[in-house]
Write a protein that binds this ligand. Structure first.
Ligand code: RFL
Ligand code: PHB
Length: 411
């Protein structure tokens, strides 16, 4: 596809919403705006292959799975995705609990790989003939506090400009958009956790039909899955660990020790991919400057223990699309003006949940036997006390978003 242009001149284009970054936030925003008849151009710095094969997240909240069905993205998810009616908590080798998400909330989570969602969104956009440019680098944003903010980008060695009504910065944590906010308007609250995750993808059938979160005295571990028949494991490791210094035997020994419980042992298989993932939390306040809005990881990071990063990114997109619609349909700027404040409140709630799960299940450096027994008592209380389990289940499957989704879906 060639770069969008208009009569304004060679290498100069115009759109209503310029979107930088084709991750879940940017792609979902483009999909929702397109459905509402609002014109947008999506610019992505990486190749289509790269974006469609990034492993990343997998757990979708109940409402987001519902939304995907309602906006024409549910068919493959319902055929191939794995609904999660419960999750398991292990404190191997003696303790294994299950939290029944469906019984506590009447709702379920959906295990649907982020790359699958991204593939469906890209296919829908390209099938509709809507502009989505890969291998393009947004390099500079201009005139953000005017009515005509502009994106300057490079494509095939040439420089282009795109005039917009609004710019959505969906370019992840290392993109250019957050840096375009004036530093005096920006507060960054961030925390680097003192451990990382070692992640592998393996050709092994999952031993458990549901996600297993392990809180072992040695440290955290997690068994997840990717259909068909792949298992995704993670375990806590030191932050300065080298992925190559772990032999295959040592990886499996660590996983067995931290996850096997209740007489069940995880299945081993050929390891297709291995990586080390640092755990970081961050919240950017504010998420807006002039006509630039930050969405998804561009504005916040959550430790993956609570499985909220993808969900929060897609909620940002739904919320922003609703606000943009109100602007074009009713000239009502209220929702745009409230976007940052409303999202930041929701993001801190997601941070609360992810941080509490991270503290509960990971071994802090220097933890003694008292510290571990206290964590074990907390894990047991969470799993066995029905009020605690219900509160956990509500946060995990997602709550309090129904009104917003209804507002979006209302014609
Ligand atoms: P993304 O996905 O990082 O996409 C940003 C896109 O912007 C592009 N880009 C640019 N494009 C044009 N010009 C520039 N100058 C650009 N600079 C960057 C990038 O190439 C990229 O394509 O951000 P987005 O859309 O905000 O999505 C966020 C999610 O990807 C992220 O929050 C989740 O993956 C986090 N996460 C999880 N979230 C969940 O909700 N549930 C989970 O189960 C879950 N598990 C996880 C996770 C993240 C993980 N890692 C790898 C940190 C598990 C892991 C291991
Ligand atoms: C995953 O399958 O990638 C996954 C699942 C649950 C999490 C984090 C990652 O909390």
């Amino acid at each position: 596809m060639t770069a969008p242009m208009s009569s304004q001149g060679a290498n100069q284009g115009r759109t209503q919403v310029g979107i930088i970054g084709a991750g879940p936030a940017g792609l979902m925003l483009a999909h929702l705006l397109q459905r509402a008849g609002i014109d947008c151009v999506l610019l992505e710095s990486r190749s289509r292959f790269h974006v469609e094969n990034r492993l990343r997240a997998a757990v979708l909240e109940h409402d987001l799975a519902t939304l995907l069905r309602q906006v024409g993205l549910g068919e493959r998810m319902d055929r191939v995705g794995i609904p999660q009616e419960g999750i398991r908590l292990h404190a191997a080798p003696d303790h294994a609990w299950r939290i029944d998400l469906a019984a506590h909330t009447g709702r379920t989570a959906m295990l649907w790989g982020q790359y699958e969602l991204v593939r469906d969104l890209i296919a829908a956009r390209l099938d509709a003939g809507a502009p989505l440019l890969f291998n393009v680098d947004a390099v500079r944003l201009d005139d953000l506090d005017t009515h005509r903010p502009r994106i300057n980008y490079r494509h095939d060695g040439e420089v282009f400009t795109l005039d917009c009504d609004f710019i959505a910065g969906c370019d992840g944590f290392n993109g250019i958009c957050r840096a375009a906010l004036p530093s005096e308007r920006l507060a960054m609250h961030q925390h680097a956790w003192p451990f990382s995750w070692f992640g592998i993808l393996t050709e092994a059938d999952p031993a458990w039909p549901e996600l297993v979160y392990g809180g072992h005295p040695d440290g955290f571990a997690l068994a997840s899955m990717r259909p068909p028949g792949l298992t995704r494991f993670f375990f806590q490791c030191d932050p300065d660990e080298d992925v190559h210094s772990w032999s295959t035997d040592r990886i499996w020994q660590t996983l067995h020790r931290r996850l096997d419980a209740g007489g069940t042992s995880l299945g081993e298989g050929h390891i297709i991919q291995r990586s080390i993932i640092p755990l970081r939390s961050a919240v950017t306040e504010t998420m807006q400057h002039g006509r630039l809005y930050l969405l998804g990881d561009a504005a916040h990071l959550l430790p993956p223990t609570g499985a909220k990063g993808l969900n929060v990114a897609v909620h940002d997109a739904v919320h922003f699309a609703t606000a943009v619609r109100a602007w074009y349909a009713q000239a009502d700027f209220g929702p745009m003006a409230r976007f940052s404040e409303e999202r930041i409140e929701a993001i801190w709630n997601a941070q609360r949940f992810c941080a509490s799960m991270t503290r509960l299940l990971h071994r802090m450096p220097g933890e003694d036997s008292f510290g571990y027994r206290l964590r074990l008592a907390e894990i047991a209380y969470l799993a066995e006390n029905r009020f605690a389990a219900r509160s956990f289940a509500e946060s995990y499957v997602g709550s309090a978003n129904e009104e917003m989704l209804e507002a979006y879906l209302r014609p």
